[in-house]
Every structure is written in structure tokens, then in C-alpha cells.
Design a binder for this molecule. Structure first.
Ligand SMILES: Nc1ncnc2c1ncn2[C@@H]1O[C@H](COP(=O)(O)OP(=O)(O)OP(=O)(O)O)[C@@H](O)[C@H]1O
Length: 224
């Protein structure tokens, strides 16, 4: 559950979000809108990477302003650029990295890494240098590194930008099957067509909020 209560965010003089109020409890929630409308800022509020200038963001029952560290343990965040998330030389080591910090036994780490690489189709690349993967494979690797931690909520900022049609469909399918709540910022409208709820952001405000047909229709008209 993610709750925004009259959230404003300003960077200096510029007000980027202006009075956002929404309670998100649906499984897959999409966020669309023009460039610079405030979508990434909204996503970053969910794990406390950005904080409200005024108003409150509550995630998993916790206030992001006071309990950011705890929230970040429950909220997986996937950036647009997977290179920003690769920290170790090989694919398997990269996925294992975040788990090691949890203090799990080596066998348990290896078991979980194998399982997640298998689930996302990267088993054959386990010992390959992570930076040699294709853009789409790196995106899947970043997803593995986040999902292996079994987050309660997954936030994705434009996860399909680098992906070909097959990989985009794979991500869409994975999101459908995930038990976690997922918040996805995207310009990839087909990805969102069977989502449970889509928010349209314009100049820092929610201007449409509903099923994907209605919200995407509103967005298309707005951009015409
Ligand atoms: N840390 C920051 N400092 C100053 N300005 C910022 C910061 N983060 C975002 N902004 C500004 O806030 C506005 C909204 O940015 P944001 O990234 O949320 O938009 P967006 O809707 O995700 O855009 P896009 O679709 O282009 O990714 C932009 O004008 C951006 O320059």
C-alpha cells in the first residue's frame, strides 16, 4: 500500500509535484505523463529517495520522512539505466552482492542466485561479465538483483526503454505474475494496457486516474 497525502515537492523555486493525493493498493499501477511532468519524482518518493516538501508519503504503513531506511528494505527500485545498478564483475556475483549484506549463509546465497537467474532466463550468463550483457539482459539482471531480495513493493522507472519487443513482453508477463505490488513509470503504453490502475500526471498534478483505457485515452487527448 502506497499513500500520497497532499504531497508537494519543490526543487528550489520550482514546484515539481503540486498536491498529489492518492491511495494505491492495486497490484499493478502505471504512471504516465509528458517529459518533466514529475513522474520519476513521484516514483522516488515511494522509497524515500525524494522527500515531500510538504504532505506525507506512507509506504507499508511507514512515513518515508521518518523511516526511509526501513522502507527501502521493503521497496525494490529499478532505475531506467541498468548500468547504474551493476556493482560487481560477473552476473552471479552482482545478484549475490545484495544478498550477502543480509548475512545469509553462502549455500543459501548461491541457491537463491541460481533460482532467480533461472526464473529470468540468465542462467547461461551467470559467470559472464555483467557489463558485456546487452541492454535488455542488463535490465533483466537489475531486475534479478532487486527481486532476489524479495521486496514487498517494486518500483520501476521506465523499465522497458532499452528492451526489444520480446523482452518488453517478458517484463510485462513477469509483472503480471509477481505477487508484489508494482508501480511502473513508463512511456511504453502497451505495457500498461492490462494494468489495474493508471495515473496521468501533468505539470505535477494527477489529472486522470482510473483503468488503463480511460487514463491512456485521456493522455492521448492531452498530448494531441
Ligand atoms: N533533484 C532535482 N533537482 C532539481 N530539479 C529536479 C530534480 N529532480 C527532478 N527535477 C526537475 O523536476 C522536473 C520533473 O522531473 P521528473 O524526472 O520527475 O519528470 P518525469 O515526468 O519523470 O520526466 P521524464 O518523462 O522526462 O523522465 C524536471 O523539470 C526536473 O528537471
Amino acid at each position: 500500500m502506497i499513500e500520497f497525502a497532499d504531497v508537494h515537492v519543490s526543487f528550489g523555486e520550482r514546484e515539481v509535484l503540486r498536491g498529489v493525493t492518492a491511495t494505491l493498493s492495486e497490484h499493478r499501477v502505471g504512471v504516465i505523463g509528458a517529459n518533466g511532468s514529475g513522474k520519476s519524482t513521484l516514483a522516488r518518493l515511494v522509497n524515500g529517495l525524494a522527500l515531500p516538501t510538504s504532505g506525507t508519503v506512507t509506504v507499508l504503513g511507514l512515513d518515508t520522512r521518518r523511516q526511509g531506511a526501513k522502507i527501502r528494505r521493503g521497496v525494490g527500485f529499478l532505475f531506467t539505466d541498468p548500468d547504474a545498478q551493476i556493482v560487481m564483475p560477473t552476473v552471479a556475483e552482482d545478484v549475490a552482492f545484495s544478498l550477502r549484506r543480509k548475512g545469509l549463509a553462502r549455500e543459501e546465497v548461491e541457491r537463491r542466485v541460481r533460482e532467480v537467474l533461472d526464473r529470468y532466463g540468465l542462467t547461461g550468463h551467470a559467470d559472464h561479465p555483467a557489463h558485456h550483457l546487452s541492454g535488455g539482459q542488463k535490465q533483466l539482471l537489475a531486475l534479478c538483483s532487486v527481486m532476489v531480495l524479495e521486496p514487498d513493493i517494486l518500483v520501476m522507472d521506465e523499465p522497458t526503454t532499452l528492451l526489444d519487443l520480446r523482452h518488453s513482453r517478458q517484463v510485462a508477463e513477469l509483472l503480471r505474475g509477481m505477487p508484489q505490488q508494482v508501480l511502473v513509470v513508463s512511456h511504453d503504453l502497451p505495457l500498461l494496457t492490462d494494468f489495474d490502475r493508471v495515473l496521468v500526471i501533468d505539470q505535477g498534478r494527477i489529472v486522470a486516474d482510473g483503468g488503463p483505457d480511460e487514463a491512456i485515452g485521456h493522455y492521448r487527448k492531452m498530448m494531441a
